[in-house]
Write a protein that binds this ligand. Structure first.
Ligand code: CUA
Length: 312
């Protein structure tokens, strides 16, 4: 039930959100009012003007100028209000303010990466300071995805070989869900991310930490973080169950039957499977994993290997 309430009234966490809500509610109320008015009048007229006998004649009235002016003018005024109001809010959403900070957002099967001006990058989690306009430069590495943050009331397609733009200014500290809203393959529904709105000081501190590349944690812990952040978890289970890809549980050192013959799961096989996933597909699975070349650095791959070793 909670998800339904969240869906019906998502958090209001950006400057544009309440403006989008106002016009949405205005249109909803006007439409609902006229829906009931039209249906009620129709039912009344059906009963009132039903032909009651064989020789009953239809009345000769065929026009009523004041009535026609009224039912033309009122809808015209209402529709013009919707148009200019909507256009005004749309313009505001379409043009990022000049003092915006820029964050690059990249979608790919099936996770989101966020790149910050300092070179820091945070897969799976977008961290933004409060009261600061953020211009998002969107693109995709493979198919069309779409970035949607309900709490901000913003949504934009992410296309391969092209940039699209959206912007927002968060005005409420908290954590909000972000979804992919363009069907992009088997794991589309789990292509989610988290948006975290923090104070400017917390943002600066976080950015410093993120720019140093996760130092201070052990490779195993860092690998576990990457497993979640890069959404390895959508295809590889940790409990032995079969998902889109083979489980990671107790895989280390095992013999696997693959499309290129028997392979022992060691450092080289895992590294190859991350950078060139289709080279040796484990029997019974499809070659659907995208290559992580240029996304995961050597340090990241080593951390993932260290993490897989711990999964007994
Ligand atoms: Cu990406 Cu749906």
């Amino acid at each position: 039930m909670k998800w339904f309430m969240d869906w019906l009234t998502p958090d209001v966490a950006s400057t544009i959100a309440s403006k989008v809500d106002s016009i949405t509610y205005f249109i909803l109320i006007v439409s609902t009012f006229f829906f009931f008015l039209v249906v009620a009048l129709m039912l009344i007229f059906v009963i009132k003007y039903k032909r009651k006998s064989e020789n009953e004649k239809t009345s000769s009235i065929d026009e009523n100028v004041p009535l026609e002016i009224v039912w033309t003018a009122i809808p015209l005024i209402l529709l013009m209000i919707m148009f200019f109001w909507g256009y005004h809010v749309y313009l505001e959403m379409a043009v990022p303010p000049k003092d915006s900070m820029e964050i690059k957002v990249t979608g790919q099967k099936w996770f989101w990466t966020f790149d910050y001006p300092t070179g820091a990058s945070s897969p799976g989690e977008l961290v933004v300071p409060i009261h600061k306009p953020v211009k998002v430069l969107l693109s995709s590495k493979d198919v069309i995805h779409s970035m949607y943050v309900p709490a901000f009331r913003v949504k934009m397609d992410a296309l391969p070989n092209r940039y699209t733009v959206l912007w927002f200014e968060a005005n409420k500290i908290g954590e909000y869900p972000m979804y992919c809203t363009e069907f992009c393959g088997t794991e589309h529904s789990s292509m989610r991310a988290k948006v975290r709105v923090v104070s400017q000081e917390d943002y600066n501190a976080w950015l410093d930490q993120a720019s140093s590349g996760g130092s201070g944690t052990s490779p195993e812990e860092y690998g576990k973080e990457l497993y979640k952040k890069y959404a390895c978890s959508t295809c590889h289970s940790l409990d032995g169950s079969k998902m889109t890809g083979p489980t990671w549980k107790a895989i280390w050192g095992e013999q696997q039957q693959t499309s290129a013959g028997a392979v022992k799961v060691d450092e080289n096989y895992i590294r190859e499977s991350i950078l060139n996933p289709t080279a040796k597909i484990v029997n019974g699975y499809q070659p659907v994993m995208p290559p992580y070349t240029g996304i995961l650095k050597d340090k990241d791959i080593e951390a993932i290997i260290a993490y897989i070793k711990t999964l007994k």
